[in-house]
Design a protein around this ligand. Structure first.
Ligand code: ADP
Ligand code: ADP
Length: 223
């Protein structure tokens, strides 16, 4: 469970990207819908502790996220909008490397973790291939595997379906829904169907403010 209270952020150029944003986000897949420039990325980066807010708080299962960034980073996985990969590295080697960085030091355990994740995101057959040869959808699924290292209780995914073909998009969203059975998954997007198809709960953000929050069909209908 994630609780966001009164988050505000004004950039140096005077743009007020977040205005007293408050949201309660239960376990499961949560859609954050809003047009470009609404403040979605600012909110996602703030929750992921990659950027500071001016005021407000974020609480993940009792943890004060903004005051305990190192601990919070261990408990969350973040897939940024522009997810870059090292093109010449093999998928399994890259995951192994990230597992070391996340503190999975035991070799045998790491091997199990990496194999388990590759299977979970359906990249087992591509494990020995270099990331540069991956399609957009494979790359996004790889990003999810990377975000899942360390068994986080929160996964943040920013605009993940841009550029995916319909089949890869469905595959990707179904994977997120599966993960959302156990943890909080926040899916930020400007595509209405990404949210209505699979998120049991959602919020709409525009001009840095939460406009509506609830179940997709009620929320979209009341627009
Ligand atoms: P979204 O992800 O919904 O497109 P953003 O959080 O990226 O929204 O942006 C919200 C607003 O803040 C926009 O007006 C954007 O131009 C502005 N903005 C975002 N990042 C910066 C920055 N680093 N400096 C100044 N303004 C920014
Ligand atoms: P469990 O499902 O009970 O966590 P697993 O067989 O999945 O057991 O995991 C075995 C070991 O690997 C456990 O110590 C677990 O904490 C660790 N582990 C499992 N998944 C991950 C992961 N994604 N990242 C890091 N460690 C993991």
């Amino acid at each position: 469970m994630l609780a966001i209270r009164d988050l505000s952020k004004t950039y140096a150029n005077g743009v007020q990207a977040l205005k007293n944003v408050s949201l309660d986000i239960p376990n499961g897949m949560f859609g954050l819908l809003g047009p470009n420039g609404a403040g979605k990325s600012t909110l996602m980066r703030t929750i992921a502790t990659l950027q500071d807010a001016d005021s407000g708080s974020v609480t993940l299962d009792e943890l004060d996220v903004l005051a305990n960034k190192d601990e919070a980073r261990r408990r969350l996985g973040y897939l940024p909008q522009e997810f870059g990969v090292y093109p010449k590295v093999r998928a399994e080697d890259m995951l192994d490397h990230f597992a070391i960085l996340k503190g999975v030091v035991d070799r045998k355990q790491r091997k199990e973790v990496v194999q388990g994740l590759l299977k979970q995101v359906n990249l087992w057959d591509a494990r020995a291939r270099k990331l540069g040869g991956f399609s957009g959808g494979m790359r996004q699924r790889f990003g999810i595997a990377q975000a899942l290292i360390g068994q986080p209780s929160l996964i943040i995914v920013d605009e993940p379906t841009a550029g995916l073909d319909p089949e890869e998009r469905n595959r990707f969203l179904n994977l997120l829904a599966e993960i959302g059975e156990k943890v909080v998954v926040i899916l930020s997007t400007h595509i209405v169907e990404d949210v209505t198809d699979l998120c049991p709960r959602m919020a709409i953000i525009a001009s840095g403010q939460v406009r509506l929050a609830g179940q997709p069909h009620e929320t979209i209908r009341s627009l």
